[in-house]
Design a protein around this ligand. Sequence first.
Ligand code: ADP
Ligand code: ADP
Length: 234
Amino acid sequence: PPIIVAENLSKTYRTGKVETQALRSATFQVDRGEFIAIVGPSGSGKSTLFYLLGGLTSASSGKVLIDGVDFASLTDAERTRQRGEKIGFVFQRFNLLPTLTARGNIELAHEIAGTRKPLDESLLQHLSELLRIDGRLNKRPNELSGGEQQRVAIARALISQPAIILADEPTGNLDTDNSDAVLEMLRRASKETGQTVLMITHNPEAAAIADRILYVRDGQLSTTPPPPRVSRLA
Ligand code: ADP
Ligand code: ADP
């Protein structure tokens, strides 16, 4: 069965009297091990889709099943546990704790994920080498470059081997070499470890290595690129 099933998934934000339809009746499925790029302009609903898939916000209508489980049917505690076990988030802002070293941040994330397995030291070594942060694990965030912090945040999301990786612009702050390293790691997570990767990206090279691209425009999901906007004056 597909690891992600979304049916008529919609989200409307209400701020006072203002309503924003951030996602409109999205229906799609993702198979285990797929690598999907999510492409669309700013404000089109990409982050909202991630929040819904991760159970960080509730749908206005429709539903999401993650590995057969409807997060909406769970208690807060169960949802937090499921999220910790199944989903690794790479946020645009890295949210590393400033008082902990890179290693400390990764270890804490593993504890919070609550998988009850001890941290896999050889996996940490492997991820650190692929991400080129193996010499930086004992540094605190303020001693790391933006790109290094980004890669620590990626290692942190992967250390508990979540079935699903939701990565928001994971190559956004990186030069070509480091961007390639991150993409290669996500590709391996998908093709060698069978993890499912959804990656929001503006980078055409990143989108090109995905198995499929989902396009988002004005809250609507499509498997084909939307037609270019023609000037109203033309
Ligand atoms: P993207 O990630 O593609 O930039 P978002 O999902 O962040 O898009 O936003 C989609 C729309 O929903 C935008 O119009 C945005 O302003 C609005 N939005 C997002 N989050 C909230 C929120 N918490 N409250 C109100 N409006 C929101
Ligand atoms: P919800 O109430 O649906 O759980 P939150 O208010 O927790 O959503 O916001 C979810 C995310 O959207 C947060 O990261 C927040 O910073 C961001 N956000 C809040 N308001 C807006 C907005 N008007 N436009 C874009 N993003 C927003």
